[in-house]
Design a protein around this ligand. Structure first.
Ligand code: OAD
Ligand code: ZN
Length: 251
């Protein structure tokens, strides 16, 4: 074990309450593309054309085409040993998971465990989930439906009000669900350890959540092959991949 890993392990083993904040890097080893960096989606795609409410008003067909592609990629992926290590440890109690990921892989890892006798635990999806649609008019949420993106006329519509459905994810320029956000900050401030995994920590308010743990007297442990703006606030930064490090840190 590296020094960082054994130091982090001592911190985690002594913790009474742990909160995880995860980002796209956790799912990288499942085959889900990350957003930033050399291989990131935002290298080849412009977020303002695809992931804003203005883009959806301007060209809903284009936005749906991109999300249909992402759903296809994500739904073909499976949780990796990082998601599974988090789920196993979380099921022992006093553990919460806050994620920026919309891939649903934390929920799937929890469902894999559900066959066994496990404790439920909070799982907060700050940026929504690709598994759901939301009405752009009345806001009603529903299971994701197959999208026919031939033209705007063939896009899915709300059964209640007839407005266009959209993916139930948070776009740039939109605010996060306030109750999900409040709960995340509360859980972070009640935790003695915030384990930050696979996020570039540049998108706020998500990236501020670990600071709530610190402000309340707890510590940050980071798992990321690269340094981030949170690294200088972390008690330990483990430079490694989530699927390798998390089983060794949490099991
Ligand atoms: P990013 O793509 O910004 O960052 C991914 C992070 O994962 C980087 O810091 C990588 O160094 C790290 N990483 C890569 N491979 C890893 C591995 N195997 N194990 C651990 N870490 C690894 O993704 P996020 O921080 O999640 O929001 O991005 C935040 C938000 O910006 C996303 O939720 C999305 C995006 O635009 C919206 O769409 C609203
Ligand atoms: Zn509606």
């Amino acid at each position: 074990m590296t020094t960082e890993l054994s130091r982090a392990r001592a911190i985690v083993d002594a913790a009474h309450r742990i909160v995880v904040l995860s980002g796209a890097g956790l799912s990288a080893e499942s085959g889900v593309p990350v957003f930033r960096g050399a291989q990131g989606l935002w290298k080849t795609h412009r977020p303002e054309d695809l992931a804003t409410p203005e883009a959806f008003r301007r060209d809903p067909r284009l936005v749906w085409e991109w999300y249909a592609w992402r759903r296809q990629v994500v739904f073909a992926c499976a949780p990796n040993e990082g998601h599974r290590a988090i789920a196993r440890r979380a099921a022992q109690g006093r553990f919460a998971v806050v994620t920026q990921n919309v891939d649903g892989l934390h929920a799937r890892a929890r469902a894999e465990l559900a066959a066994q006798e496990v404790v439920g635990y909070p799982l907060l999806e700050l940026h929504g989930a690709l598994q759901r649609d939301r009405c752009s008019g009345c806001g009603a949420r529903s299971e994701a439906v197959a999208v026919d993106g031939t033209s705007t006329a063939t896009l899915p519509r709300c059964v209640r009000c007839g407005s266009l459905l959209r993916p139930d994810v948070v776009w740039f320029g939109e605010s996060l669900d306030l109750s999900v956000l409040d709960t995340s900050f509360r859980l972070a401030s009640e935790a003695d350890v915030c384990l930050v995994v696979g996020t570039s920590a540049v998108v706020h308010p998500a990236a501020s959540i670990p600071l709530a743990t610190r402000q309340a007297g707890g510590v940050i442990v980071e798992v990321n092959p690269e340094p981030t703006p949170l690294s200088r606030h972390a008690a330990v930064s483990i430079a490694g991949r989530a699927a390798d490090v998390l089983p060794r840190l949490l099991d």
